[in-house]
Design a protein around this ligand. Sequence first.
Ligand SMILES: Cc1cc2nc3c(=O)[nH]c(=O)nc-3n(C[C@H](O)[C@H](O)[C@H](O)COP(=O)(O)OP(=O)(O)OC[C@H]3O[C@@H](n4cnc5c(N)ncnc54)[C@H](O)[C@@H]3O)c2cc1C
Length: 418
Amino acid sequence: MSEPAEYDVAIVGASLAGCTAATLFGRAGRSVALIESHPDIKAYKKLCTTLIQPCATPTIHRLGLDIRIEAAGGLRTHSALHTRWGWAVPPVDDDVFGYDIRREKLDPMMRVLAAETPGVDLLMGQRARKVLTTDGRITGVATEGEEGSTREIRARLVVGADGRSSPVAKMAGVGARTVKKHGRFGYMAFFRNLELPYPKRALLWLLEPDVAFTLPHDDGFQLAALMATKDKLPAFKANLEDSFYTFFEAVPDFPKLDPANQASPIIGLMDHPNLWRSKPPPGMAFIGDAAVSADPLWGVGCGWAMQGGEWLVESTKAAFGSDAELDDAVGNYRKVLRSRLGGHFFLISDYSTGRGFNPIEKLMFSAATRDTEFARHTFKFGARTIPVHEFLAPSKVAKAIRINLRHRKEPSLVPAGK
Ligand SMILES: Cc1cc2nc3c(=O)[nH]c(=O)nc-3n(C[C@H](O)[C@H](O)[C@H](O)COP(=O)(O)OP(=O)(O)OC[C@H]3O[C@@H](n4cnc5c(N)ncnc54)[C@H](O)[C@@H]3O)c2cc1C
């Protein structure tokens, strides 16, 4: 074993959360070991539809990643939603947009960004095997290289950015709370030449209880995806290809899928419990999926991974004076995480069970279909740029009731965005 290396921060996991935090810690003058088990800088997460919600756009801009995403063909994205009441299509707001770019491009791009940052050592092909402790405090990680060599990396702060199963959390004895039972499986594949009803938008069909998606991506790729309740899984899996194609035939306005245009294998997700990780021991913090991992139906995890990385750095970057100061700063970060994501996480978890709409969802989604301004309000919520209490403010609920009452009297009102 070589001499232990000393850093301010050791981050385990060089994906969206880890690379964001490493880049911003490095820019703040902190020394960072960014530890990634994959040996290849081009490795990427395959099972991700990668709609990055507008909530993360300020972080992307701050990182300077927007320029790289757009140079690589990534798209500024707006959304539209189909429910039993028809399409809700908010007006295009040039200042509020998300991004669509395949992980094949995004993950390596973020690693390069981090590795180019002074103070950051990107250590590819190093798997964290053990957390190091001193008097009950986490003080580093032991890693193992591809060829079996081991090393110790000592750090004032160890950050778990190693995904929803977070091996380092397990090594530190930290569990995750599961919120609500996850009730839908999912499948996705890339296509080309789909004739979409709103070509430049991410489209979501809420079919009560199943769900369909199409997302425009870089290089002319378009993603088709579905989520359906788990009772359908055995029959679906028995003839996967047929089931996948047949599912979309019943979806209103869904483009006809042609196998000749299929550009990737169909891959799937069988289960995805909503996880919120418990308090870490002193000297440790979690970001990204390792901290909070919600149902992918609403496409929030990538954005939250980047935002969480930024919030951790903002809370802790100037707090390395003493261990107590650092622990307080990690506590503050956890408060930010709870206040920014807690409400969203709860609602997402609740809908992930596979249920249909509740009365408040019926009210808000129907109003969004019937009124363009209300569609804008609803989409700010879906983009996670406003908190739950603002989305469901009494004035907004009253407005939704008024819109629906008016619609009852004048049913010929034109749907939003048409
Ligand atoms: C089917 C599906 C669809 C999704 N679609 C969307 C979407 O449209 N929009 C959206 O915003 N989110 C989506 N998500 C969620 C999104 O993929 C995750 O939230 C996001 O990848 C989390 O990023 P992360 O950096 O926290 O973790 P990850 O991307 O999971 O990365 C963890 C990293 O840690 C590394 N690692 C793990 N263990 C170790 C170890 N012991 N030592 C060193 N390194 C290690 C891994 O190799 C990996 O690089 C989807 C998820 C699924 C499953």
